[in-house]
Design a protein around this ligand. Structure first.
Ligand SMILES: Nc1nc2c(ncn2[C@@H]2O[C@H](COP(=O)(O)OP(=O)(O)O)[C@@H](O)[C@H]2O)c(=O)[nH]1
Ligand SMILES: [Mg+2]
Length: 165
């Protein structure tokens, strides 16, 4: 079966590990995993009339920004750029990380994920900021790993984009 590597990229505690847990195992945990390493999960999606095996790479640990190195990214067909909608600075981190990915891999498909959409009262990102990004052609999708909202959609959208290439 066709396989494609997908990386999770984003600031500390934005919900990268939680999004994979929700997507692959339909679970959510409030606990924060702090051990350092790389974890690889797999899930099959259906896109463009074919089955596609997504190989999901996730870094875990406290030093994620530093660890987004070439060896982690190598061979990726696409990535999810994850932002915590309740912490505005994670958007700035996402821009910096996106640059780092592009330096390493060039322009590969990505989807920006605004996670923690269940925490509406704490929301810290303006619609105008998102509109600026979508005007540039970015795909931005709100998710909640907690409720599951939008989670299937982000992985499916990325898979579709990867297979369009
Ligand atoms: N309320 C809420 N909490 C979330 C959501 N996604 C992740 N979290 C919590 O945010 C923290 C960091 O999540 P984690 O997936 O470990 O972040 P990572 O460092 O990006 O992998 C954990 O305590 C999660 O339970 C979400 O959509 N809503
Ligand atoms: Mg993690």
């Amino acid at each position: 079966m066709l396989q494609k590597k997908v990386c999770m990229v984003g600031a500390f505690a934005t919900g990268k590990t939680s999004l994979i847990a929700r997507f692959v195992r339909s679970i959510f945990s409030e606990n924060y995993q702090t051990t350092v390493g790389v974890k690889i999960d797999k899930k099959t999606v259906f896109t463009h009339g074919k089955e596609l095996n997504l190989i999901l790479w996730d870094l875990y640990g406290e030093d994620e920004f530093q660890k987004v190195h070439t060896s982690y990214l190598r061979g990726s067909s696409g990535y999810l750029l994850v932002v915590d909608g309740t912490r505005h600075n994670t958007l700035d981190v996402a821009f910096a990380l996106k640059q780092r990915v592009e330096d390493s891999l060039g322009n590969i498909p990505f989807v920006m994920v605004l996670n923690k959409a269940d925490l509406v009262d704490e929301w810290d990102i303006e619609n105008e900021e998102i509109e600026q990004l979508t005007k540039q052609g970015w795909i931005v999708i709100q998710t909640s790993a907690k409720t599951g909202d939008g989670v299937e959609e982000v992985f499916q959208t990325l898979a579709d984009k990867i297979m369009e290439e």
